[in-house]
Design a protein. Structure first.
Length: 424
């Protein structure tokens, strides 16, 4: 472990979760140690040497809460399943710094770690503001950023409307990080899946600095009075996101008008990536620089690849752009120049008099290409998973084409990762 990096101990008996969390935290420059149980952690380490301990609640032998007392002043973040939320509330009473529900979102975990350790936004100035989606100089994104700058220091509720993948959550996190409650928890609730008991526990279990109602348009009618009552108590800052038009939902009787008016104080309409296409080059460069650092070599794009990225309509918005670039970077080698084809694009053939129209040369992506990389998947895991799931039904040539690489690169990666093809 280095002298400058924050030291984190992960106590988790499930190998996949432990390894994934370790990779995530190391990617953000934390020094990470691991143990599979409370006993193993206490035998292998001095708990007081760490800045944070992240432990599963249910462990073989002893509960993760058994680490709280011997850890002394070292905070303990407890991981628990949704089914164990009541137990999680009890861990707060026992002295846990916070808890996070499994399966957890990577952004939620990083935010919790950063908050508990006490790292300020000034220490990592680009981590939030440039977190994937808010970069750019288009008039649309500059207007969003000006409004965020003005609204963040206030306590006014904010309603963020826009399509999936446009950056609604990132905007909410940016507002929170620049608000007067930045040192308090940012609590996110997914309104399309929350149950009444879970909602009540989230609202009551721990102090809330900012409550983020993700997809509030999906909040069941039976739960809307609970949220309205919580808002009326004014004990926290509220930010809500919606993919659908809330005012239209009010007019159709599917959303409470009083709740809508409580949320709609500052309204932000987030543009699609197609509407802010001028930002595609700088977003692309940001992601490429990020992946080059992660992979240890400079990722390069050809001119036709850059043109294809600018011409594509991006129905999945910035999240789709990020995933497509990430997959291509993962599958490339040092010295490779990623082409439009490697990105999964193909040319629409010119037809008759339409050949001179701009639309005739737009690059489009095959509907069944392997471009959607699940969020949080490691560099090797995506390749391994795709090959193992498809190699029984696809030839090596077809596999390579779907992955956007050559057969030689496929063979080299098989050898590197130890993925042999079973003989027929």
């Amino acid at each position: 472990m280095t002298d400058t990096a924050k030291q984190i101990l992960i106590v988790e008996d499930e190998d996949i979760i432990r390894a994934s969390l370790c990779k995530l935290l190391e990617r953000y420059d934390y020094d990470v140690s691991q143990a599979v149980s409370v006993k193993a952690a206490q035998e292998a380490f001095n708990l007081n040497d760490f800045d944070l301990i992240i432990s599963d609640l249910r462990l073989p032998g002893s509960s993760g809460t058994e680490l709280i007392q011997p850890a002394g002043s070292v905070p303990v973040l407890v991981m628990t399943s949704y089914a164990s939320l009541r137990s999680a509330v009890e861990t707060m009473r026992q002295g846990a710094a916070d808890y996070i529900s499994k399966p957890f979102d990577h952004d939620d975990m990083l935010s919790a770690v950063k908050r508990i350790i006490g790292e300020s936004d000034q220490q990592r100035p680009q981590r939030v503001a440039e977190n994937r989606l808010l970069m750019g100089n288009s008039p649309q994104i500059l207007k969003i950023l000006r409004t965020v700058h003005k609204a963040a220091p206030t306590s006014a509720p904010v309603l963020i409307q826009g399509e999936v993948g446009t950056g609604r959550r990132t905007i909410a996190e940016t507002i929170h990080s620049n608000s007067g409650v930045a040192d308090q928890p940012f609590v996110s609730i997914n309104c399309n899946s929350i149950k009444e008991a879970q909602l009540q526990l989230q609202l009551e279990a721990s102090p809330i600095g900012t409550l983020f109602l993700n997809n509030v348009c999906e909040l069941p009618a039976s739960l809307q009075p609970i949220v309205l009552k919580a808002l009326e108590q004014k004990t926290f800052r509220c930010i809500a996101s919606a993919e659908q038009d809330l005012q239209a939902l009010c007019e159709s009787g599917r959303f409470r008008k009083d709740l809508f008016y409580s949320l709609n104080v500052v309204k932000l309409q987030v543009p699609t990536l197609a509407e802010r296409a001028a930002d595609i080059p700088c977003l692309t460069q940001y992601f490429i620089d990020q992946y080059s650092t992660e992979l240890g070599f400079q990722v390069q794009l050809s001119e036709d690849a850059l043109q294809a990225l600018s011409n594509y309509s991006w129905p999945g918005n910035v999240q789709e752009l990020q995933n497509r670039l990430y997959q291509s970077a993962i599958l490339s080698e040092a010295g490779d120049v990623i082409s439009a084809q490697m990105l999964g694009f193909y040319d629409v053939p010119n037809i008759g008099d339409e050949s001179d129209s701009p639309e005739a040369n737009i690059q489009r992506a095959p509907a069944d290409s392997a471009n959607d990389v699940p969020a949080g998947l490691s560099l090797e895991d995506y390749f391994t998973s795709f090959v193992l799931e498809n190699q029984e039904n696809m030839s090596e040539t077809a596999l390579a084409q779907k992955l956007g690489i050559s057969r030689k690169s496929l063979w080299e990666r098989r050898n590197k990762l130890g993925i042999s093809r079973k003989k027929a």
